[in-house]
Design a protein around this ligand. Structure first.
Ligand code: FNR
Length: 392
C-alpha cells in the first residue's frame, strides 16, 4: 500500500479512521472501534461536543499564538496527549513505538497502556531515543504510565516497577474497570469465527480469531467472559496507600475514569494530582456521561476544583476536532487525550502518527485564531455557550 498517498488524502482524523478501517485486519478494527452494550456512552461522547458552541471574539491580533501548556509539571507543545490504549501491535508491527516516537518528536504527551504490545522498557527507550536523535527541544513532551490494578497484587507491583525503571514520569491509574465492559462486536466476531472454524469446509478460509494477548494477564478486550475477571474488583480508595508506597513519589498520580463530581472531590481529598474525566471511550459502563458533561457537573457542584486549579483536569472521549479540544480547555480542562484516532494512525506507521498529531494541532491553532485567543491561558468559559448541554 502506498502510505504517503493515502496520508496525503487524509484531511482530518475522520479520514484517518476511514483509511485505517481498510488497512486493519478485521479483528483489529473491531477491537479498536467497539464500545460497550448499546453504545449509549459512545453516543453521548460524540453528540455532546456539538452541544457546546464557541463564541468567537474578533478583531484581535492573532498572528502569533502559543499553544503550549504545562501538564503535571511538564510542558507540552500542544494541550493534548495520546490516551492509553491496549495492543497497538494489532495495527503495526512497531505498535506503541510509533506512538512513542511521534509524541517525542512533536512534544506532546503519551500515556502508555498497561497492556502494551511491547515491553514498557522498549517503548520508553523508543521515546527517549527519539528525543535525543531527532534534535527536538526535549523540554517539551511527557511519557506516562497507565496502571490497571489486577487481581494479582504482585502483577500490579511489577507494573509499577516497570514504570519506574522505564523512566515514566507519572502514574495514571485507571479506576473505571473493575471488570471489562461487554463489547458485543468483539464477542460477535469471536462467536462467528469459532462457529465457522467448527465447520471444516470453511475453516481454512477464515481469518484467525483475535490473537492471544501480548500481555499474559489479558486485561483488555481479549478474553471470553471469565477473563473479564483479571481486573481487581476489590480496588478501593484505601488501596492508593500501597500503590503510592510502591511508586515512591517518583512523579504525580492521576485517576483515570472519573465520571461524577462526587468522585472528583474524593480524588482531590485523597491528594491526587490530576483527575482524568473519561468513560473509557464508551467501552466500559454504558449510558455514562461524556467527559465534558462530567466537567460541567464538577463546575456546577464543586466550582472551586476548577477555579482554584486544585488538580490538573484531563478529559477524553470522541475528541476528533481542534474545536473539541478548545471547548474543553475553555471550560477548565488542563489537557485532553485521544485514543482511537491514534490507534488508527498507527496502521500507517510513524508517518500516520505524525500526520494525526499535525492535523489536530493545525485545527487547534486555527480555532484559537478564529475565536481570538493567542495563548491557552486566554481560553475561558465566556468563549463557549453550554446551554444546550446544561438543559439536559
Ligand atoms: C482503550 N482505553 C484504555 N484505557 C486505559 O486506561 N487502559 C487501556 O489499556 C485502554 N485500552 C483501550 C483500547 C482501545 C482499543 C481503546 C479504543 C480504548 C480507553 C482510552 O484510554 C480512552 O479513554 C478512550 O479511547 C477515549 O476515547 P476515544 O478518543 O477513543 O474516543
Amino acid at each position: 500500500t502506498d502510505i504517503p498517498r493515502l496520508l496525503s488524502l487524509c484531511l482530518s482524523l475522520h479520514d484517518i479512521e476511514r483509511t485505517a478501517e481498510k488497512l486493519l485486519s478485521k479483528p483489529a478494527w473491531i477491537y479498536y472501534s467497539s464500545a460497550a452494550d448499546g453504545l449509549g456512552a459512545l453516543e453521548n461522547n460524540t453528540v455532546d461536543w456539538r452541544k457546546v458552541v464557541l463564541r468567537p471574539r474578533l478583531m484581535r491580533n492573532v498572528r502569533r499564538i502559543d499553544t503550549s501548556r504545562t501538564v503535571l509539571g511538564r510542558r507540552l507543545r500542544y494541550p493534548f496527549f495520546i490516551a492509553p490504549a491496549a495492543r497497538a501491535g494489532l495495527a503495526n508491527e512497531d505498535g506503541e513505538q510509533c506512538l512513542a516516537r511521534g509524541a517525542a518528536r512533536r512534544g506532546i504527551g503519551y500515556c502508555v497502556s498497561s497492556v502494551a504490545s511491547f515491553p514498557h522498557n522498549d517503548i520508553s527507550r523508543a521515546y527517549y531515543n527519539e528525543l535525543k536523535q531527532s534534535g527536538v527541544n526535549s523540554n517539551y513532551g511527557a511519557l506516562w504510565f497507565q496502571l490497571y490494578i489486577v487481581n494479582e497484587k504482585t502483577v500490579t507491583l511489577e507494573r509499577i516497577e516497570a514504570a519506574k525503571k522505564g523512566g515514566y514520569k507519572a502514574l495514571v491509574i485507571t479506576i473505571d474497570s473493575p471488570v471489562i465492559g461487554k463489547r458485543e462486536e468483539d464477542e460477535r466476531y469471536r462467536a462467528e469465527t469459532s462457529a465457522e472454524s467448527l465447520s471444516s469446509s470453511f475453516s481454512s478460509a477464515q481469518e484467525p480469531p483475535l490473537s492471544p494477548p501480548e500481555d499474559a494477564t489479558n486485561d483488555e478486550g481479549d478474553g471470553p467472559l471469565p477473563l473479564r475477571g483479571v481486573h481487581s474488583s476489590t480496588f478501593r480508595w484505601d488501596d492508593l496507600k500501597w500503590i503510592r508506597e510502591a511508586w515512591q513519589n517518583l512523579g504525580p498520580i492521576a485517576l483515570k475514569g472519573v465520571q461524577t463530581a462526587e468522585d472528583a472531590v474524593l480524588a482531590v481529598e485523597h491528594g491526587i494530582d490530576a483527575i482524568y474525566l473519561s468513560n473509557h471511550g464508551g467501552r466500559q459502563c454504558d449510558d455514562t456521561p461524556s467527559s465534558i458533561h462530567t466537567l460541567l457537573e464538577i463546575r456546577r457542584f464543586y466550582p472551586w476544583i476548577v477555579k482554584e486549579r486544585k488538580v490538573d483536569i484531563f478529559l477524553d472521549g470522541s475528541i476528533r476536532r481542534g474545536a473539541d479540544v478548545v471547548k474543553a480547555l475553555c471550560l477548565g480542562a488542563t489537557a485532553v487525550a485521544l485514543g482511537r484516532p491514534f490507534m488508527y494512525s498507527v496502521s500507517m506507521g510513524d508517518d500516520g502518527v505524525l500526520k494525526a498529531i499535525q492535523l489536530l494541532s493545525d485545527e487547534i491553532e486555527t480555532t484559537m485564531r478564529l475565536i481570538g485567543a493567542t495563548s491557552i491561558d486566554q481560553l475561558n468559559p465566556a468563549m463557549v455557550n453550554t446551554k444546550r448541554l446544561e438543559l439536559e
